[in-house]
Design a protein around this ligand. Structure first.
Ligand SMILES: Cc1cc2nc3c(=O)[nH]c(=O)nc-3n(C[C@H](O)[C@H](O)[C@H](O)COP(=O)(O)O)c2cc1C
Length: 179
């Protein structure tokens, strides 16, 4: 797929088919994440690939049942969890780069999924302490986000975005970039 088509095609998908995901496709996604840029190339990220129903069920208990993404975590055959060690990144001028590093790697992974016809949905609002217990992740690692992974059982229209002139300025703050 053309890069611009991948960007357009990626949507947060919350309904999945039960069909398994080919390990080769997951490997392509993990490699895309591995190639992401990071602060001083420290690569603070780690990923967990979860397929067991028992673990997927346990993961849902760390979310509010009102979270719109929870059902997808049971439907999708795979959950990929994004972890990051702040000690493998740095804080400069009051900016914690580990969040940025981890987010970049995860988005590489998500776009590689879309490129291969797979669906994902970033999910971040879970109880991190509970998730540590469920997954047995060492304390020094933050649990940043996760995504269900599988074949989509829904098509979604793009969600609205802010207008370009609201977000892209030229020399003068607030003055739309005109190209
Ligand atoms: C950091 C982050 C955390 C998110 N957490 C959740 C979540 O907990 N549950 C959920 O259903 N969607 C979650 N989303 C998905 C957003 O709601 C979604 O990206 C946004 O509405 C735009 O829709 P789109 O991804 O289809 O373009 C999250 C997205 C990001 C980037």
């Amino acid at each position: 797929m053309e890069f611009s088509d991948v960007v357009k095609k990626r949507r947060s998908i919350r309904a999945y088919k039960p069909d398994p995901v080919e390990p080769e496709k997951i490997a392509v996604m993990l490699e895309a994440a591995r190639q992401a840029p990071s602060w001083r190339n420290l690569q603070c990220w780690r990923f967990m690939v979860i397929t067991s129903e028992e673990k997927r069920k346990a993961i849902t208990t760390t979310f509010s049942p009102h979270n719109p993404g929870v059902k997808a975590l049971l439907q999708a055959p795979v959950i990929i969890v994004l972890c990051a060690n702040p000690a493998e990144s740095e804080n400069w001028y009051n900016k914690d780069f580990y969040m940025l590093d981890a987010g970049l790697a995860m988005e590489h992974l998500v776009l590689a999924a879309t490129d291969q016809g797979l669906a994902t949905c970033w999910q971040g609002s879970f109880d991190e302490e509970k998730m540590h217990e469920v997954l047995g992740v060492p304390e020094e690692f933050r649990l940043i986000a996760l995504t269900p992974l599988g074949y989509p059982a829904q098509e979604r229209d793009p969600r609205p975005r802010k207008a370009m002139e609201q977000i892209a300025f030229g020399e003068q703050w607030g003055e739309p970039w005109k190209g």
